[in-house]
Design a protein. Structure first.
Length: 469
């Protein structure tokens, strides 16, 4: 919506957008800022004051419906939990039926003997030192599949090993706040209330076996030896195959460490050959050293000093816009207070008033930050010079810091095989300095001018670069 790729947002009913007052208010704010019209097929809400009032009322009813439905659902769950405590039998409360169980006619959990045997086999394999992927391979060879009849995946095995109800305890988690901060529930997860009822789930795994698996999974040194044995690949995450576009990953055989196309490794459908780790990393390190030559440093400093006045002027213009924005917000707040509306719409106007005050405070904060930047009297040339010289000695640092420096300056490294042999390939480097191509021996194919290099490295005047390793 912020990019204004369309003019009208059409929905069947307004509650298809959101059933939360705050979310709906944010959507309308973004739509108004982008000059996008919200149209409901069922409800008639035009651009008149009455139409906007009707839209707010409909949103309020949708929010009430959602909250009331949540309350009634929780009430039903509470009744089921009390019933389970009396009967001593766990009932299915929605979601997916766990592997190892089936449901009877009363919606109660019963053991699926075939799946329960597989569950215990998975626990035994893990205790005997098999990893997730190896367990998946063993199960696939034996023809053992998940509930969908598909081969087990790593996530399936991990969930089975973490599923405590196999030991006989029923666990129900509820969210007492009824708030969802983001779609991944990263913040709400810690606020969930867990209720446990012992002994009502059919036992699939003995508790001693479950606790043994849990102790192995919780061991912080479980992967220590594996981590210590691995090499550090400086280009991990930024090196890609130029033929299929897939990420290239680090690998090693008995004699050589190299980067291999992930598609080639998994599906064997890409013919990009393996690239020696030392060769391609040396090309990238040499490229960065060239960018930090004395000539490049002087060009960057001269460019920044010459354009300092433009940055100052741009900041002053931004301050003027923010002051005007503050004035407009103040008028809106005064108009809203003078209306003095109350009753059923009081909550809506209180929310709007709070939003306006937050915008006002945000504008004030931005003005203060800009004035702080403009007030700095430090010598920009010395700052930039010191920063660049500290980074230019990249080969003198340990591998971890070299990797951090590379990732802060290089956006992508692309390997393009020319098809004439394993040693015939081109390295395309895309960084904050621009794009350049090199052969496998580090020779530049498409040189970039000194004037083009380095200008995107530094943020506007007075602000130090944010990628200092």
């Amino acid at each position: 919506m912020r990019d204004r790729k369309f003019d009208v947002l059409m929905v069947h009913k307004l509650d298809r957008i959101a059933r939360d007052d705050f979310v709906m208010a944010k959507v309308k704010e973004i739509a108004n800022a982008s000059d996008i019209k919200i149209v409901s097929v069922v409800e008639r809400c035009d651009d008149t004051p009455e139409g906007k009032l009707m839209m707010n009322i409909i949103s309020g009813f949708a929010s009430f419906y959602s909250l009331n439905l949540s309350r009634e659902t929780k009430k039903g769950f509470r009744g089921m939990l009390e019933e389970m405590k009396v009967t001593g039998k766990a009932k299915f409360m929605g979601g997916k039926i766990p592997f190892g169980y089936d449901l009877n006619s009363n919606n109660e959990f019963v053991i699926n003997e075939r799946e329960a045997t597989t569950v215990n086999y998975i626990y035994d394999l893990f205790i005997n030192g098999n990893g997730y992927q190896n367990i998946c391979r063993i199960l696939d060879k034996k023809g053992l599949y998940n509930k969908k009849g598909e081969p087990f995946k790593v996530d399936n095995v991990r969930l089975i090993l973490k599923y405590e109800p196999y030991t006989g305890v029923f666990i129900h988690k509820t969210n007492p706040t009824n708030k969802f901060y983001d779609k991944y529930r990263k913040e709400i997860k810690h606020q969930l209330v867990e209720e446990r009822i012992e002994g009502i789930m059919p036992v699939v795994v003995e508790r001693e076996k479950y606790l043994k698996v849990k102790s192995i999974m919780d061991d912080p040194n479980r992967y220590k030896n594996k981590r210590d044995a691995k090499e550090l690949y400086l280009l991990s995450g930024i090196i890609k195959c130029g033929r299929c576009g897939s990420i290239m990953i680090g690998n090693r055989n008995d004699t050589l460490a190299y980067y291999i196309c992930s598609t080639r490794k998994k599906a064997r459908t890409c013919d990009t050959h393996n690239i020696p780790k030392k060769v391609v990393e040396d090309v990238v390190l040499s490229y960065l050293e060239q960018q930090f030559s004395d000539n490049a440093i002087n060009n960057m400093i001269r460019y920044l000093e010459e354009n300092k006045i433009n940055y100052v002027s741009a900041y002053n213009e931004k301050i003027k816009r923010l002051v005007a924005e503050k004035s407009a917000i103040t008028k809106k707040i005064d108009n809203l207070v003078n209306m003095g509306l109350n009753g059923s719409l009081q909550d809506i106007f209180n929310t709007k008033l709070k939003e306006l005050k937050e915008k006002y405070e945000a504008a004030e904060l931005q003005i203060a930050e800009i004035k702080t930047v403009l007030a700095k009297e430090d010598d920009l040339s010395n700052k930039i010079n010191g920063y660049i010289k500290s980074v230019s000695n990249i080969r003198g640092y340990d591998l971890n810091r070299q990797a951090r420096i590379i990732r802060s300056l290089v956006r992508k490294v692309e390997i393009i095989c020319n098809g004439k042999g394993k040693k015939d390939f081109t390295v395309m480097i895309e960084s904050v300095f621009g794009k350049e191509e090199f052969t496998e021996n580090g020779q530049k194919e498409k040189p970039t001018s000194d004037e083009e290099c380095g200008l995107s490295l530094v943020a506007p005047w007075g602000i130090e670069p944010q990628f200092l390793p």
